[in-house]
Ligand binder design. Structure first.
Ligand SMILES: *[C@@H]1O[C@H](CO)[C@@H](O)[C@H](O)[C@H]1NC(C)=O
Ligand SMILES: *[C@@H]1O[C@H](CO)[C@@H](O)[C@H](O)[C@H]1NC(C)=O
Length: 742
């Protein structure tokens, strides 16, 4: 234990004045003062020399010379001191008074004892001592002075037989005890006998008397005889400082004996003067400087009331009980501490908070990362779609073209999403096999139609691209203008000019609208449509076959100008190729029967379909009407049928069957019949059809009463190839109803 050694050394070195006893507190006033004699401690105020005792009354001497172990004596007397206690008592050895006789009752020896403590203001302790007499024919007095007043007390010990004596009991038989009065500082003991032991001389011939420390004497019948060998017995003396009170002592600091810090003065119960004691929680010698030292109550369980010694914490003059970590309570008594892992909980809470915030941060980071990755992947997907949708090719194509107002714009997907409020259902203006058409309003407030495929189908994408390519090459007032496209979505989106008046079909098959659509308008629409188809077939740099000519694909604007739309199924035909083998595409009712059989696509397929549109214009009937009888279901077939039957007038739309239109209607019927020829080769070209219709319009304007003789000429002029019997059929059988019975 080097640490404790160092501490000890430090204490020794730093307080050279103090002599340390085994008690760890200084007993003597100075280090050089003797504080032990033999095994008797000599606490200050006692001392063996002038420098070491407080005053002369505390002078003691230690005799080394005559005794081994040495003995302590009072001053220089032969009164031996066996104990000096700091609580104000000391034990002296006192001779025993005796009175002895022989068998005949003659006194053989006698002694009194006498003690005088007056000078010292010490008193014989009345509580710790008993005046004791031993003998069987004995009485004795104890007399003396107590604080200046005399006193006498006596006691008698008698017995007639040894049997009367009770071992350990001092109650008159052979032994008598009495207390001595308080504050006695002079004591004299005298012995007497009633009949000089003559009656008990067989077993008792002496009487003994002494003031003895109560605890040091227990009566035994042997003592009637064996006390003669004993010279002295312990007696307790109360000692104190001076003769004044505490108050008087404290007022004179120079002589005040309670020198130590944490010491206090008190008045002794049965003594004059005052004493000092260490305050509560301290022990040691209150009479020397720094003599009172703190008691470490925690080293001894009996000195503290903490639940466990470990819970005890020593303080100056006291101690504290406190519960260890994670326990709660005052730490006092049996269950002073209850398990309460608050700090642990808090630590756990802190750890949890830390972990939680870490996880949250991590999650946030992951979410951000995920969003960033998603954004990137979306961009990548858009880019992939763009490339997959032929955006690259398209871009190149567009780039090669001169910048012009007709140039196709490439829109971003978000732009179109905004325009159509995210492709909401309320913006849908048309649906078809191809997909859905939305109405949209661009950021520059232009109204547009946006075509979007429903299914993700590569062939559809092809169609869209096709349409872009076709339409990007077509610039014609009777074609719905393609404004741009968006290739960033799974299927490309096409953006068209918005044609606001609906389809031709919707006009023809609505009673009120059909009435408003008079013959000249219908003829104009027919001519415009024929014109643009003719243009597509021949004029464009690469011929285009529309493949899906029908009244549903002819849009009307507010001036009833026809606009052909939906080039989704269109085919670009290389110039040197007349025929193209393809999958049959188109709409039933309009489909070229030859094409259906042979799969050989030619421009004449469009001619056939256009023929059906002509019939629709003339008859106001649908190309396919499922609610009619079997013969009437297919308009083209039915038309040919009624022509044969000479019942054509029955199917002419009442709305156009005015007298003035008769010849033109008849011409259109004739033209339609040509167009519907089963053999494509027999059909006129679109150019011829367009010219015929233009001619009808021009002719009609100049002369509404064109006669039949001119027809031959006109036919020659426009070069319509007449099939056998056409003229007669058409001329003979077209019998228009006059006002249709209205
Ligand atoms: C001295 O006296 C005190 C108080 O009476 C006592 O506690 C102590 O044990 C005694 N010492 C001896 C050595 O008898
Ligand atoms: C009294 O006698 C007993 C028994 O023999 C003895 O032990 C004791 O020391 C005697 N007392 C005294 C004071 O001598």
């Amino acid at each position: 234990m080097p640490t404790s050694v160092i501490i000890m050394f430090f204490i020794l070195a730093s307080s050279p004045k103090l002599a340390l006893s085994s008690n760890n507190f200084p007993l003597a006033k100075h280090k050089y003062c003797k504080d032990i004699c033999g095994n008797i401690q000599i606490p200050f105020p006692f001392g063996t020399t002038k420098e070491c005792y407080l005053s002369i009354e505390f002078w003691v001497t230690c005799n080394h010379k005559s005794f081994d172990p040495p003995k302590l004596f009072w001053e220089d007397t032969e009164i031996e001191i066996t104990n000096i206690s700091l609580n104000g008592q000391m034990t002296l050895l006192q001779p025993i008074a005796h009175d002895c006789y022989d068998r005949n009752g003659v006194n053989t020896s006698y002694s009194n004892t006498w003690i005088d403590l007056t000078e010292r203001y010490f008193t014989v302790s009345s509580t710790a001592n008993k005046f004791t007499i031993v003998g069987c024919d004995t009485y004795a007095y104890v007399s003396g002075n107590r604080l200046g007043r005399n006193f006498t007390a006596g006691c008698t010990a008698m017995c007639s037989s040894e049997v009367d004596l009770t071992e350990g009991e001092c109650a008159g038989a052979g032994c008598c005890q009495t207390t001595i009065p308080k504050n006695a500082w002079q004591i004299q003991v005298e012995l007497q006998s009633y009949s000089n032991y003559t009656d008990v001389s067989d077993f008792s011939r002496c009487g003994y008397a002494f003031v003895v420390e109560d605890s040091a004497f227990k009566f035994s019948k042997d003592n009637l005889t064996n006390l003669s060998n004993v010279t002295s017995l312990p007696m307790v003396v109360d000692w104190a400082i001076g003769s004044g009170t505490c108050q008087e002592a404290e007022s004179d600091a120079s002589s005040y004996a309670c020198l130590s810090a944490n010491s206090e003065c008190y008045k002794p119960m049965h003594s004059v003067g005052y004493r000092c004691r260490c305050a509560n929680g301290f022990e040691g010698n209150p009479y020397v400087d720094l003599g009172c030292i703190d008691i470490d109550e925690c080293t001894n369980k009996t000195q503290n009331n903490c639940t466990k010694n470990e819970y005890c914490k020593n303080t100056q003059g006291s101690y504290k009980c406190s519960c260890p970590k994670n326990y709660k309570g005052d730490g006092i008594g049996k269950d002073g501490c209850k398990f309460f892992p608050k700090e642990q909980n808090m630590r756990i809470a802190f750890i949890l908070i830390g972990v939680a915030s870490g996880i949250i941060t991590l999650l946030l980071a992951i979410i951000l990362l995920y969003m960033e990755l998603k954004r990137r992947s979306q961009r990548k997907t858009k880019r992939r779609f763009f490339l997959q949708n032929g955006g690259h090719v398209l871009q190149e194509k567009l780039a090669r073209r001169e910048a012009s107002p007709e140039m196709v714009t490439i829109f971003s997907s978000s732009e179109l999403e905004k325009a159509t409020s995210n492709f909401s259902n309320s913006m849908i203006i048309g649906r078809g096999g191809f997909g859905t058409v939305y109405k949209g309003v661009l950021a520059d407030r232009r109204t547009v139609a946006i075509k979007r495929s429903i299914r993700v189908d590569p062939t559809q994408i092809e169609q869209f691209i096709n349409e872009v390519v076709v339409l990007s090459q077509i610039n014609h007032r009777n074609v719905v203008r393609l404004l741009g496209c968006c290739l960033e979505t799974d299927v490309p989106l096409l953006v068209y000019e918005f044609v606001n008046n609906g389809t031709l079909s919707s006009h023809l098959h609505n009673e009120a609208k059909a009435r408003a659509l008079d013959w000249s308008m219908r003829l104009k629409i027919a001519a415009e449509t024929a014109g643009v188809l003719s243009y597509l077939h021949s004029s464009a740099s690469t011929p285009v076959i529309h493949r899906d000519v029908k009244s549903d694909n002819i849009l009307l604007d507010h001036t009833f100008t026809a606009k052909v739309s939906d080039f989704g199924a269109s085919k670009l035909v290389p110039v040197d190729l007349v025929q193209l083998s393809t999958m049959v595409q188109g709409t039933f009712g309009y489909l070229d029967p030859e094409y259906m059989q042979t799969n050989q696509l030619t421009e004449k397929s469009d001619v056939y379909s256009f023929g059906v549109v002509l019939l629709e214009l003339v008859t106001g009937r649908r190309a396919l009407s499922f609610n009619r009888s079997v013969e009437e279901k297919n308009l083209a077939n039915y038309f040919l049928y009624v022509l044969k039957q000479g019942l054509l007038f029955e199917i002419i739309d009442e709305n156009v069957a005015g007298l003035g239109n008769r010849e033109q209607i008849s011409a259109v019927c004739k033209l339609a019949k040509e167009c519907l020829n089963v053999r494509g080769e027999d059909r006129p070209s679109m150019k011829e059809v367009a010219m015929e219709l233009e001619g009808l319009i021009l002719g009609g304007r100049h002369s509404w009463t064109r006669n039949i003789e001119n027809e031959e000429e006109m036919e020659n002029l426009i070069g319509v190839r007449s099939s056998v019997g056409y003229d007669s059929i058409c001329r003979d059988h077209i019998a228009l109803p006059i006002n249709g019975g209205r």
